[in-house]
Design a protein around this ligand. Structure first.
Ligand code: 8Y4
Length: 292
């Protein structure tokens, strides 16, 4: 299994990739918008790469539940200066977290290699054509509703079945757009139109999303369902829960984890990998853990 993102190529199976999060939003609740000043955001991105991030994801529109959308011009004003400098100063792929084709296009022109499309192309069919034309990596994430409405009493029969059906439908349409399978990454979208129970059901059944033979990305870092389960109301204090989810996810077949805390995640995953590799060598891997 190969992932292509412009000049970058990742061959799987391999050790899991860590995607570091760089928020350039004034209302970002986990880091309080500390990185709105371009130089601070750039420094933060460089630090994440220094800590071992394999990719960095830059976003200028909050995906926070209930967040109001921003216009493309404002989003570009926030992310482009940061993205340009980060691209010039790191050797890892830079991802643009956006719902908007216009933002994705400008970000690719500025050197981004991956489109992290949390809307999965709901707004405009141009997104797939833009990704296809650039040969960019493309993250197809499941979201119910929009960031503004997604947490209004989400209900599913079988959440994993519905996310899988969504991937089937989107992948069928993507195939017609010129986007190559090797550019695509799948993501169940933890927290996007899901209750804590839905998130747990998705995490418990990650093996149901490996059948497309595409890398899986998972974003759990500091998310509110960790707060729901633990009572921890401060997102910055949710690192232990985030690490538990990252290790579980990698054991269950996830290849890319999107995180705020890169150094800590790398350390946790190093141990998870070493234990899994040893279990494989001893032939004792069973239960929910898929052998990679
Ligand atoms: C604390 C910190 C509480 C962060 C909530 C949050 C994903 C994503 C986001 C994801 C992909 C977030 C942009 C939400 N989550 N992209 N983006 N997958 N592909 N919330 O799970 O981090 S933003």
């Amino acid at each position: 299994m190969i992932l292509r993102a412009r000049t970058f190529e990742f061959a799987f199976p391999r050790n899991p990739l860590v995607m570091g999060i760089v928020n350039v939003t004034p209302d970002s609740f986990s880091d309080g918008g500390r990185f709105l000043e371009p130089s601070a955001a750039v420094e933060h991105a460089l630090r994440l790469v220094d800590e071992g991030a394999d990719l960095v994801d830059i976003g200028g529109e909050s995906s926070r539940p209930g967040a109001e959308p921003v216009g493309a011009a404002e989003e570009l004003r926030r992310v482009l200066p940061v993205l340009e400098q980060v691209v010039a100063r790191v050797r890892v792929p830079v991802s643009i977290d956006t719902l908007k084709p216009a933002v994705a296009r400008a970000a690719l022109a500025a050197g981004a290699s991956v489109i992290n499309d949390v809307g999965a192309n709901r707004e405009d069919p141009a997104m797939w054509e833009i990704a296809a034309e650039a040969g960019a990596g493309y993250v197809l994430m499941h979201m119910r509703g929009t960031p503004r409405t997604m947490q209004e009493a989400p209900a599913y029969g079988d959440v994993a079945a519905e996310v899988a059906a969504y991937f089937d439908e989107r992948l069928r349409r993507i195939r017609a757009s010129g986007l190559a399978p090797e550019q695509i990454v799948l993501d169940v979208g933890i927290g996007f139109g899901k209750t804590a129970e839905h998130n747990l059901q998705l995490l418990a059944q990650l093996g149901r999303f490996t059948k497309w033979q595409r890398p899986l990305l998972l974003g759990v870092s500091r998310k509110s369902f960790i707060g729901s389960l633990t009572g921890e109301t401060n997102p910055a204090c949710r690192l232990p829960g985030s690490l538990a989810c990252a290790c579980w996810a990698v054991w269950a077949g996830v290849q890319i984890v999107r995180v705020h805390d890169v150094a800590a995640t790398r350390q946790a995953l190093r141990l998870a990998e070493a234990i899994a590799a040893t279990a494989d060598r001893l032939g004792v891997r069973g239960g929910p853990f898929r052998s990679r």
